[in-house]
Design a protein around this ligand. Sequence first.
Ligand code: GLC
Length: 417
Amino acid sequence: MIDVEAAQLVLRANDRDGHTVPTDGLYPFQWSWDSAITALGWLQFDEARAWQEAHVMFSGQWDNGMLPHILFHGDAESYFPGPDVWGSKTALPSSAISQPPVWSTAIRRMFETCKDRAIAEPALEQLLPKLIAYHDWWYRERDPDDTGLVCSYHPWESGMDNSPAWDDALARVPEVDWDYQRRDLGHVDSEQRPHKPQYDRYLYLVDFYKQNGFDCDAIHKGCPYRVVDIGIVAILQRAGKDLVDLCRIAGDSEAIPRLESELARTQESIGGLWSKEHRCYLNQDLVAGKPIEELTTATVLPLFGGLADQSKAAYMVDLIDEWLDATTFALASTHPSSKRFESQRYWRGPVWLHINWMIAEGLSDYGYADLAERVKQATQKCVDESGFYEYFDAMSGAGCGGDRFSWTAAVALYWLA
Ligand code: GLC
């Protein structure tokens, strides 16, 4: 049983005047996909606050439509890399990359379930053009060659920051040679955080965008790290369908043909990422020009995006079934058979609740209600064992990373309670 009151208290405690921080200390600002998931939690007990979360997030949208992955509200001293390192000159200081575009999906759910129509209707009217601009940005700037598959320029953009899927692509990136002080290690055990050589490369990329004046052509041509992240592609596809529905609901049809043709293009191209051998879709390293053979939870997210046909879905279902069996607490973010699996290091094995929610949604859509329920039970088990931690050790179920974490509490409220 979820302690609903305790989960609500987590969101209230992490509320900073209209935006929710993921957790106190480690993540003191507003992160885009955290914020979208968290809004679904707020929706269960404070509808106005849920919409406010969205309005505040989109107040930081760039003129070109990009929605930054971090909005630095207030004093950024406690966080590294802060706005000065990113170098973006926006009115509200922000990072210069995005994150998995789950917002249109969240807004659609909010609009459909919100009881107070006097808030929901004007909110949708205000947010819809911003959501459209955001999706247009992905297709225009992240798929300039119209391949149907948007690309990503930073592991942090995937939201699965330290996933082993990115190791080889990241290894090709030069390391920065400047001195800096990480702030994450002051909050969390280094056993659970990325190693320094990885961090040096993360920073090289941050600096690279700045040196290139955030010019999308220059970055696309020269960025030493370019991948097709199957997680982003799948989430964008789901969100794109939700956005088309939102346009219809709002009676705003102008963008629909454009969005639908992008959705169709992605649907056509996705087959190229399928691996029969691995029974899932693979991320692609665009610089090396090859698939990334690492099974992470992103590789089954095409179920959430509705991108697989029934026969491919059936293969993924078998894979997920075995994946669930392989650890005591599930679903491990990296398949335990990987030699890079680590049960408690960031995105290299632990369990994240919102990913389980997306996978379960996808399974239900494809008619696999029993397996979806198993994923849900496995998720509940993590919370029963350890509470509202950022993520959970796939072997012991121990809570890892930050405690009293917003998206964990929000998924508990929205999905498990
Ligand atoms: C980490 C996670 C990322 C999340 C952020 C804030 O960077 O990898 O997905 O958005 O923390 O919780």
